[in-house]
Design a protein around this ligand. Structure first.
Ligand code: SAM
Length: 309
């Protein structure tokens, strides 16, 4: 049933809203694209985020994802989740580096968070330090296991694959995930301001096509997630692995059903562009009506265009 979704000009339904709560982070990953955000120190309050989500729900959004920066650095994160959860979305999830998750997992679950994706590119301490410039591997692992324990289900690990850094660790990470009832999501590296020179791409970019071929050979079952940018999910030996390939991938864009909100309250129609943002938060702060805020959302949706077509 697609009737109550808002469609963009390309007939793509807007199913999910990804909100970057803050640009602040407690690690400094060498490849980070900062969710495609322009630098800014502004953040929104729990009440403002509630209003934005309410309007998103009115226009048919079903799922909310909270991200960052590191979302767990937002002081009122539990209150924020609680307020958004009161709107009764189909799914509320969070992408986090997991470092503070052991502390927050139970409260987040109780507040109404459904599930988490935790970014973890390696199980090797030296490699972790090389990638993040910090020594938090054990904290991140404890956070992940706590999320499983409290039922933020399914817990997923986001692993960005980099040539000669962690490309040989996919098997180990898959075993860790399978043994702990976690889904592994491997992600193809995309360029960012932290890694935008040709050297970085040449040195670290690792195409996932061959990995996918191997997974297809090994899989007991393969499933395509139509409205999740056409990503494939492989079931192998009782474990699950998903592959995310945003690089030059027209299927990724053709199946994109996501709108984004920046920490300083703008609607961002595409991860990979910043020249078509639509101002939202000043209208919320001016107390404009929900009908007017819905129109502004629709303006943002009208700016959506596939980056790769
Ligand atoms: N701090 C949170 C975290 O670490 O999950 C949320 C923010 S982080 C920017 C969101 C996701 O983007 C992470 O899973 C990260 O691995 C992914 N990511 C960041 N830079 C990337 C890049 N250049 N290519 C592919 N994925 C990237």
């Amino acid at each position: 049933m697609l009737e109550d979704f808002t469609l963009d000009k390309y007939e793509r339904p807007i199913i999910s809203l990804r909100i970057t709560l803050t640009n602040r982070c407690n690690v400094n990953c060498l490849y980070c694209h900062h969710d495609g955000m322009v630098k800014s120190k502004d953040e929104m309050t729990a009440d403002e985020l509630y209003t934005i989500c309410k309007v998103a729900k009115n226009i048919g959004v079903k799922k909310i994802r909270l991200s960052g920066g590191e979302p767990l650095l937002k002081k009122d994160i539990v209150e924020t989740v609680e307020k958004i959860a009161s709107l009764d979305f189909k799914d509320i999830s969070m992408t986090t580096n997991g470092i503070l998750l052991e502390k927050y997992a139970q409260d987040l679950k109780d507040a109404g968070l459904n599930r988490v994706n935790v970014s973890l590119d390696t199980l090797n301490r030296e490699t972790y330090e090389f990638i993040t410039k910090k020594d938090y591997l054990e904290d991140a692992k404890k956070g992940i296991l706590k999320a499983v324990e409290v039922g933020l289900y399914p817990v997923k690990i986001n692993m960005v694959i980099m040539k000669d850094i962690n490309q040989n660790e996919i098997k180990d990470m898959f075993r860790f995930c399978r043994d702990n009832d976690i889904v592994l999501q491997i992600i193809e590296l995309i360029e960012s301001e932290n890694c935008d020179d040709d050297k970085f791409s040449a040195d670290y970019h690792y195409k996932l096509d061959m990995v996918e071929e191997r997974l297809a050979d090994m899989a007991d079952e393969v499933y395509e997630r139509k409205f999740m940018q056409g990503r494939k999910k492989y079931y192998i030996d009782g474990g699950e692995i998903e592959v995310v390939k945003p690089v030059d991938n027209s299927t990724f864009c053709a199946n994109c059903s996501r709108l984004r909100i920046t920490p300083d309250g703008k609607i961002k129609p595409c991860l990979l562009r910043n020249d078509n943002l639509v101002e939202l938060i000043s209208h919320v702060r001016n107390g404009e009506s929900e009908d007017r805020l819905e129109e502004i959302f629709i303006n943002g949706i009208n700016n959506r265009e596939p980056f790769n077509s």
